[in-house]
Design a protein around this ligand. Structure first.
Ligand code: SAH
Ligand code: ZN
Ligand code: ZN
Ligand code: ZN
Ligand code: ZN
Length: 493
């Protein structure tokens, strides 16, 4: 199934890679009020400040950990907030950070790419083990590896098919969209009038936009990819890919890369650009929101006086259960009902056997089509600040317009006259509960002991599995819409 990348509950706790989490405790990010001392650096740029939460209470001692890695194995940076490091340890850390940087600079990668495309087809090789395009000088080093030859220009234009998705590593699990799902966006963006797309963590969208632009001369959409997956540097020049960490707005190649991004956002006084992002679902909504606000600010600097009230159009692709959390940071965002973001399903065994990637769209995959549950809906939705009535969802897939809500909704979603909105979030018809005064999932019933709706077999009396703050069962403390950042910061010592 289209499984979320990390369980909601495992959110930030796992992100910091801190051992010893028990029960309902976890770890949360803290943004200290300015002026704060600069955060120490790990190989992934400035670290984030975390606080451990035990049974709903914050512990007093805070610590810095990697912003990007959900697994200690990937980055084991750890430092107590009040810890003083010796000069020797600081030097060792700096050396380690340098050692972890990619072996080639961004410019060197671009030069290699230009050499590679000049080679005759028979000399264009790709090492699957090292995930690297090889120039003739490299062949010797890789001769015992699995190397595929005859890399065509078409293959070079689809790096996301050539590279293995980084799935087993929690750190940057890559959930590539099936081409069909991605095509929906590729077709939608020009109809909304966009000419530039800032792709933050959407390598496949980036690639399909560029393919369309090169095949179809009428479409002149430009795209810039920001992603932490450095392997993409081999396939793009400096003006179409930046090695970037979206959890701390860190450009690995420094000022030059930042300027590429700034120029892209500010071109045409900022007209015609949209940001599309599909981050890992680690539960770290807050650092993402902070980053996106920085990108918005960068775009705003380039605005002409008269249009300073405008917002940077954004598509943020994320699971529906983060709706309240996202709206807490971006109140103008609404969640679209489009539910057909299907991942490609990659048969790794077969890929090993045949030496190529076999991608299967969920829709076409027999196992999923005739699977036990019959529900193959993805939890992934689009959150956007574009007025939803402008985003026409395909009627051939059952979507229709609700004039009361002024948005397109899925087939079984029904307008609830009590809530005055089309309330379903997951494609099933939800039922209104008069005790709870809201619509709830069809599988829930009202529990008079708990005083709210829940699954029929829930254990009564306690927010054990729910949220510490409001007691609701559909989210944890870290995603509670009632928690505010300022409170969180003030409460901590
Ligand atoms: N559905 C998208 C892919 C989303 S998977 C598509 O088909 O294009 C999430 C993407 O975010 C991956 O490309 C991954 O490399 C990237 N990513 C993960 N962590 C990141 C980080 N800290 N900073 C920037 N990009 C990151
Ligand atoms: Zn790190
Ligand atoms: Zn409606
Ligand atoms: Zn209702
Ligand atoms: Zn109820």
């Amino acid at each position: 199934m289209a499984a979320p990348r990390a369980g909601l509950g495992a959110g930030a706790g796992a992100a910091a890679g801190v051992p010893g989490r028990q029960g309902s405790s976890g770890v949360e990010v803290v943004f200290p009020s300015e002026p704060a001392p600069p955060a120490p650096l790990c190989p992934h740029g400035p670290t984030l400040l975390f606080v451990k939460v035990n049974q709903g209470k914050e512990e007093t001692r805070r610590f810095y950990a990697c912003s990007a890695c959900r697994d200690r194995k990937d980055c084991n940076f750890f430092q107590w907030e009040d810890e003083k490091l010796s000069g020797a340890r600081l030097a060792a850390r700096e050396a380690h950070n340098r050692k972890c940087q990619p072996p080639l600079s961004r410019t060197q990668c671009a030069e290699r790419y230009l050499k590679f495309i000049e080679l005759p087809l028979s000399q264009r090789k790709f090492c699957q083990r090292c995930q690297q395009l090889l120039l003739p000088d490299d062949w010797e080093k890789h001769h015992e590896h699995r190397v595929v030859g005859d890399i065509s220009i078409t293959q070079l234009r689809r790096p996301s098919q050539l590279l293995y998705p980084l799935e087993n590593k929690k750190t940057n699990a890559q959930y590539l969209f099936a081409d069909r799902s991605c095509q929906f966006l590729v077709d939608l963006l020009p109809t909304l009038g966009f000419t530039r797309v800032l792709c933050v963590g959407t390598p496949r969208l980036h690639e399909l936009i560029r393919l369309k632009a090169s095949d179809d001369k009428k479409s002149n959409i430009k795209s810039l990819l920001l992603d932490i997956d450095f392997r993409y540097s081999q396939f793009y020049m400096e003006d179409s890919f930046c090695h970037y960490n979206m959890f701390n707005h860190h450009f690995f190649d420094g000022k030059a890369a930042l300027e590429v991004c700034r120029t892209f956002l500010q071109e045409d006084k900022g007209e015609g650009v949209i940001m599309v992002t599909d981050p890992p679902f680690g539960g770290l909504v807050e650092p993402l929101a902070v980053t996106f606000k920085k990108l918005i600010a960068m775009w705003k600097e380039g605005q002409s006086e008269g249009s300073s009230h405008k917002e940077l159009p954004i598509f943020w692709i994320f699971p529906y259960f983060f709706e309240s959390r996202i709206r807490q940071f971006f109140p103008s965002f609404c969640m679209l009902d489009y539910q057909r973001f299907h991942r490609t399903f990659i048969c790794v065994d077969e890929a090993m056997k045949y030496g190529c990637m076999l991608e299967v769209d969920y829709d076409n995959h027999a196992l999923y089509k005739h699977g036990k549950t019959g529900r193959k809906q993805s939890p992934v939705r689009i959150f956007t600040n574009i007025p939803p009535n402008k985003i026409i969802l395909p009627s051939e897939e059952g979507y229709r317009f609700c004039p009361l809500c002024q948005r397109y909704i899925s087939l079984e979603n029904q307008h609830c006259e009590h809530c005055n909105s089309c309330t379903s979030k997951d494609g099933r018809k939800w039922n209104h509960c008069f005790f709870c005064k809201k619509c709830v999932k069809p599988s829930w019933i009202h529990c008079s002991i708990c005083g709210h709706c829940a699954l029929p077999d829930h254990s009564c009396g306690g927010p054990k599995d729910g949220c510490f703050i409001c007691g609701e069962l559909d989210h944890k403390r870290s995603t509670c819409p009632k928690i505010t950042t300022s409170k969180k910061v003030n409460r901590s010592v």
